[in-house]
Ligand binder design. Structure first.
Ligand code: PAF
Length: 226
């Protein structure tokens, strides 16, 4: 399966297509991504899958360096699909030399949780997603609900920049113990992986208690079991 590094080649190919779907990814594809692609294929004539580890959304150079990259494997996994086009650019295809991230103002949503822990991350995500949306002008663009904060931010982004595209959230696909599938799960050693499964189990318990117990009681009960 071929991967294009020039978006202009793809734009030429999809010129006469009625409905274009876009599935932005950073590669290292797993069943979560495949389920998003399947969903996108139901509604669109052509689905563009972008595979690009966007350096601008990493605030830690070590994290960027070790982020898994395996384009050959990714192409192998998605060659089963018809009607998809893969965009796998290099940094120079996406950014000009010394190009800075755009500074958006999304307010509180980017200042809490992951936004607080990874300063600049969401500006980096929005910068690349805006570029992809402007390049391909898809009718529909698909993002996992796993990264819920990112999904909300992208919905805000398209309102802000007034792009005519539907942003569609896709359900989280999980491992058998409930942990959300993620390209980063392979970084976990055995004991961290076990802990991750336990966290999701306890979150499930907390969710069940939510209707009948106070937050204080839930917190104390769950922490006792952790
Ligand atoms: O969710 C991701 O994989 C990335 O943040 C995205 C949306 C592809 C932008 O680089």
């Amino acid at each position: 399966m071929r991967a294009y590094s020039s978006y202009k080649d793809i734009v030429k190919l999809v010129k006469k297509v009625d409905s274009i779907g876009l599935v932005p990814t950073m590669g290292s594809l797993h069943d979560g991504h495949l389920s998003i692609i399947k969903k996108a294929l139901i509604k669109n004539d052509i689905v563009i899958v972008s595979i690009y580890v966007n350096p601008k959304q990493f605030n830690d150079s070590k994290d960027l360096k070790k982020y898994p990259r395996n384009l050959e494997d990714d192409l192998e996994k998605i060659k089963i699909f018809n009607n998809i086009i893969v965009y796998a650019p290099n940094d120079r295809d996406v950014y000009n030399e010394r190009e800075e991230v755009k500074k958006y103002n999304f307010g509180e949503i980017t200042e809490i949780m992951e936004g607080k822990l990874r300063p600049g991350h969401f500006n980096g995500v929005a910068t690349v997603v805006e570029k992809l949306l402007v390049m391909f002008k898809p009718n529909n663009a698909y993002f996992g609900e796993k990264d819920f904060q990112q999904l909300i931010l992208i919905k805000e982004l398209v309102k802000k920049i007034k792009l005519d595209v539907n942003i569609i959230g896709c359900e989280t696909i999980r491992e058998s113990d409930g942990l959300a599938m993620s390209s980063r799960n392979k970084f976990l050693n055995k004991s961290e992986r076990k802990c991750a499964g336990r966290i999701i189990e306890l979150l499930g318990k907390a969710k069940k208690m939510y209707k009948t117990s106070s937050l204080k009681a839930i917190k104390s009960d769950i922490l006792k079991q952790a």
